[in-house]
Design a protein around this ligand. Structure first.
Ligand code: XMP
Length: 310
């Protein structure tokens, strides 16, 4: 595929759809939303307003890191603090689809809807990719960013039009587009990170304390596996607890699962045969975290598993 041609086509399509209006997009720092930000900026310049919504579910230091990186590309990013709103919406929820729904509703109907209305934007640029659409339509999972494919009219439901310039690409295609757009390898080669963020890696209730645990475990896994040529690696917090011993006393502790996968486009995946010494190092560091006394490595391929746990 000719990605320069793809960029030209999508830039022209965005320009035509938005006309003389204004657009807005939410950037998470992942490759999909980063490519959309670049395309939208090329098409619309400062008529595109890019926001980073801090939903309390992001990785360590992520909002500031992403805003700083786009500042270097001369694209201003506004960080919106919506942490309390998301945590309140997620309080008490344990069902995976209910959690995803709460994140969707908080994101689109509340936080983003409000920002769009205040900004006067007529269009929302969105980083939906083909795999998201297929899995949602197939009923495998309700990706948080799919609206039209489920028969929801965003103009009617939320008051703005949604444009999805990446809807024909899979992850490998988005990475190629990112490189063609001149995004740094830090973005183009970045491992996937889901829209609902760390909430997809917490089985059971998503609370500030449980997020802090999975955030710290994620930082350890990402640091230890940074040189692994894997498609994706992550840490998950289970809702069960297990008996263990800490400082000579019985402890009923938390369980963290580590996942590291080969995949081309996330439709299928197999676990990576990590060296035992690497697994031991990860296990030692994760179980040194307060209250975490088990660390498991998940060997399950997709299918029958999915990559994330929620
Ligand atoms: P699963 O868990 O379905 O994940 O095997 C497949 C790939 O998609 C990512 N993922 C998401 N990305 N919104 C996204 O933007 C979502 O709701 C979502 N759920 C999963 C996941 O990280 C993996 O790369």
């Amino acid at each position: 595929m000719d990605y320069q041609a793809f960029i030209e086509e999508q830039t022209a399509a965005i320009r035509q759809a938005v006309g003389t209006g204004r657009a807005i997009n939410a950037l998470s720092g992942g490759v999909d939303s980063s490519v959309v930000t670049m395309l939208g900026h090329r098409a619309l310049g400062d008529r595109l307003h890019t926001v980073f919504i801090d939903n309390a579910l992001m990785r360590e230091g992520e909002p500031q890191r992403v805003a700083a990186m786009f500042a270097r590309l001369a694209i201003p990013v506004e960080i919106v603090d919506a942490r309390d709103e998301f945590l309140t919406a997620l309080r008490g929820l344990t069902d995976p689809e209910a959690k995803r729904q709460a994140i969707t509703d908080t994101f689109y109907a509340r936080v983003f809807g409000r920002i769009v209305r205040d900004s006067g934007a007529t269009h929302l640029l969105h980083g939906t990719i083909l795999t998201d659409i297929e899995e949602t339509v197939d009923g495998i999972k309700r990706q948080h960013n799919i609206l039209a494919q489920l028969g929801i009219d965003p103009a009617e439901a939320y008051g703005y039009q949604v444009l999805e310039p990446l809807a024909t690409l899979r992850k490998d295609g988005v990475r190629a587009a990112a490189r063609a757009l001149g995004l740094p390898d830090e973005v183009a080669g970045r491992i996937p990170f889901p829209g609902p963020a760390l909430a997809t890696r917490i089985v059971g209730e998503v609370t500030a304390a449980r997020l802090a645990t999975v955030r710290q475990a994620t930082a350890i896994v990402e640091e230890e596996l940074a040189d692994t040529p894997a498609f994706q690696y992550l840490a998950v917090l289970l809702s069960d607890q297990a008996t263990g011993i800490r400082d000579g006393r019985r402890e009923f502790g938390q369980i963290v699962v580590v996942r590291c996968l080969h995949s081309v486009d996330a439709r299928e995946a197999t676990s990576v045969d990590l060296p035992w010494d690497k697994l031991h190092t990860i296990c030692r560091r994760i179980t040194a975290m307060p209250g975490v006394n088990r660390c498991l490595y998940d060997l399950t391929p997709k299918p029958p598993a999915t990559i994330e746990y929620v």
